[in-house]
Each structure stands twice: as C-alpha cells, then as structure tokens.
Design a protein around this ligand. Sequence first.
Ligand SMILES: *[C@@H]1O[C@H](CO)[C@@H](O)[C@H](O)[C@H]1NC(C)=O
Ligand SMILES: *[C@@H]1O[C@H](CO)[C@@H](O)[C@H](O)[C@H]1NC(C)=O
Ligand SMILES: *[C@@H]1O[C@H](CO)[C@@H](O)[C@H](O)[C@H]1NC(C)=O
Ligand SMILES: *[C@@H]1O[C@H](CO)[C@@H](O)[C@H](O)[C@H]1NC(C)=O
Ligand SMILES: *[C@@H]1O[C@H](CO)[C@@H](O)[C@H](O)[C@H]1NC(C)=O
Length: 366
Amino acid sequence: MLTSSLLLLASLGAGIAQAQTLEELYLENAPSSPRPYVIPHYANSHSVTIGSQLYRFTVTGPSSDNAFTLMSTNSPSSGDLGVLPHIHRKHYENFFAYKGRFQLWAQKGDGEQQARLLTQGDYGSVPRNTTHTFQTLDPDCEMVGVISPGGFEDLFYALGTNYTSGTDTPFVPQASNGSSSPSASVISSLQKYDVYAQLSFEPRRDLVNGTAPVDDSEWHTGANELGTPGEPYFIANGYGPKYLNSKYGYQIVQPLVTPKQSQDTNYTLSTMILSRTTKASPPEWTLNGAAAFEVLEGVLSIKIGDYPEATLYNGDVAFIPANTAFTYYTSVAFTTVLYVSSGSKGVDTQLIRGGKSWDYTTFPKY
Ligand SMILES: *[C@@H]1O[C@H](CO)[C@@H](O)[C@H](O)[C@H]1NC(C)=O
Ligand SMILES: *[C@@H]1O[C@H](CO)[C@@H](O)[C@H](O)[C@H]1NC(C)=O
Ligand SMILES: *[C@@H]1O[C@H](CO)[C@@H](O)[C@H](O)[C@H]1NC(C)=O
Ligand SMILES: *[C@@H]1O[C@H](CO)[C@@H](O)[C@H](O)[C@H]1NC(C)=O
Ligand SMILES: *[C@@H]1O[C@H](CO)[C@@H](O)[C@H](O)[C@H]1NC(C)=O
C-alpha cells in the first residue's frame, strides 16, 4: 500500500517535472534557437544602447530560424537624425509608431523623396534599396521595427553597447548628450551588415500637416493603400484597408504588408483588433512559418504548444515557431495586436480571406 502510494507520487512528480511551465515560457532574452516564448515589455532582450537610443530584440535571426527580426527602439526626442541615411539591399524594414512621434524619410531610386510625421499606430514601409532615415520627436518615443529576413540585429550588436537594467527602464535618462547616429565613416563601413550609406541624401523639412510632398499624399486625411511592390509607403493609424472576420468573435485585420508587397522576403505584417471571444474554445492554428504577436492595446491570452496559457499586456511579445499549434483570444472588450508571420499563409492572410472588406476600426454590436 505504502509502496504503491510512493510509486504513484513518484510518477505524478515525474509527470509534473515533464510538463512545461509558464515560468519556462517567459524569457528575458530571445533564445538561440526557435522555441515558444514570451518576452515581457522592457525585458532585456539583448538590449544595446546607441547614444540615447535603447534597442531591444524580442525576435532575432537565431530565435526565428532567420525568418524575421522584431525589435523596439526607445528614445527621447532628438535634434538630430536617429541614423544617417542608408539603404539595405537584402532586408525589408518596417517602422511602426508604438508611442511618441517620429519622422520617417524614404526614397526609392530617383523617385520623389517622401517624409511623414508618424504618431501612435502609424506605419512606414521601407522595401529593399530604399534610402531612409528617421528622427524621434517626443520625450517618450518607442518605434517597433520588423525586418525580414532575420539576423539584421547583428548590426546593432556591432554598433551598440550591451546594456542591462535593474529597473527595466525604457531608456536611460541623460545617457548621452551627443548624437545617437554613428559617424559618417562608421556608417560607411557597415556594408557587411547590409547597410549602404547614402550620405548625399538631404532629408526634406518642408512637411505640412505631417507630410511632404503635400500634393496627393493623404496623411490622416483619407485612405492609404498598400504600396506598389518595391516602393516605400505609409499607412496612418486606421486609414489603411480593413477586413472584418466574424468566425471566432470579431477580428478586424489591417494589413500593412501582404505577400504582394513582401515578394521574396516572404512575410506578412498586420494589426488585428479582437473583440472578446464568443467561443468556449478558440480555434487552434498551426502555421508553416514562424509568427509573433506584440500587444498594442488590451490583453491577449495565448497558448503555444504544450505550455500553459499566457496573458500578455501592452508591449509583451509572444513568439510561435513554425509547425507549432497555438490558440489566442482576448477576454477584454477591445484588444489590438501587431502580428508578423513568415510565409504567405499567416493568420492575417487567412482571416482576410475568410472575412469581408470593412470601413471601421470597431466591430459591430450584435
Ligand atoms: C553583447 O551581447 C551579445 C548578445 O546579446 C553577446 O553575443 C556579446 O558577446 C556581448 N558583448 C559583450 C562585450 O559583452
Ligand atoms: C538592390 O540593389 C542592388 C545593387 O544595385 C542590386 O544588386 C539588387 O538586385 C537590388 N535588390 C532589389 C530587391 O531590387
Ligand atoms: C548630459 O548632460 C547632463 C546635464 O548637463 C549631465 O548631467 C549628464 O551627466 C550628461 N551626460 C553625459 C553622458 O555626458
Ligand atoms: C493643414 O491642415 C489644416 C487643418 O486641417 C488645413 O486647414 C490646411 O489646409 C492643411 N494644409 C494643407 C497644405 O493641406
Ligand atoms: C516562405 O516562408 C514559408 C514559411 O516560413 C516557407 O515554408 C517557404 O518555404 C518560404 N518560401 C520561400 C520561397 O522562401
């Protein structure tokens, strides 16, 4: 009797030891190979400082099998460009305003130079071979970056100073009184990191109502379409195309990059607005590529693989490796996430296909 109880206890113990725990799901730094994980907002995430800017990398080349990099840049306002103008030949870069204003410039070849003032939720698309630069303009700025393929963080590891914090402060107060941008000679020596300096690029300053040129560019005044493949484009928060999917509760997908724009960089990027789920058990997804969620507003519940369900708040990131089952939903009224997916069959693409065109950033009442 005693023996069998002990055996039972031992086997229960072994069972518990084998189950994945929530503690094991939560990481401080993106791992060196793909696995499910959650990184809370402002965790270290391989952070480095460059001048007054603090960079964090929540999804990296190694953590995503080179699918994409997900990163954030926190900084105060700056009187200077955040980086000298440059091009990437192999990497498609995306700029998303999480909070605070920043200005983004982009120019393709001898096309007209575009500039926009981005506020919370605004987005700028910088395909390969597009000259670009940015400048932060408010005391508490956070830009979220998505770069495909993954691995681009190596540039920042090389340029930056490794950083850790006991307080998880978004960025270090008075870290530097100088420019954050590496010098022209440093920028010019970075081609091995896919950075090609464009030092003759003169950022235009003639913005009116947040845009230059003024002529036909709707900026917080009318609809923004996704761009012609290869050309830079900008989508103001809520002014892009929207699709309503009603299958699992309401989800409004606002695509920022579809397979048409990403071409062979092979990813999609969207924001998704979720209503409280109406299903007892939300649907299970398994994708052929890696995917990540970052919470922008509200609360996201997500269960990945064999790990227990995690609850994510603003700025928290969940990473899902390829071919790993996951479910997600929200139990609050209104949740917005940024979603990135490797390949052309992500949740966003599937929800758009099963949804209908929609004019609003809110979902219907019953
Ligand atoms: C900085 O951190 C990276 C990983 O985030 C590590 O590979 C590198 O060795 C660190 N460098 C120093 C000087 O500690
Ligand atoms: C980018 O420019 C380089 C150099 O001109 C060229 O070799 C490459 O094919 C271009 N890439 C794309 C995607 O246009
Ligand atoms: C920047 O300037 C402030 C105010 O003058 C000073 O307190 C701080 O030490 C300076 N920081 C650096 C890194 O030089
Ligand atoms: C800028 O915005 C103001 C306020 O909406 C408007 O009156 C003005 O015409 C705009 N200027 C241009 C050049 O569009
Ligand atoms: C695109 O990405 C998907 C998912 O990661 C992958 O299965 C597929 O092989 C990729 N296609 C190309 C052409 O790279």
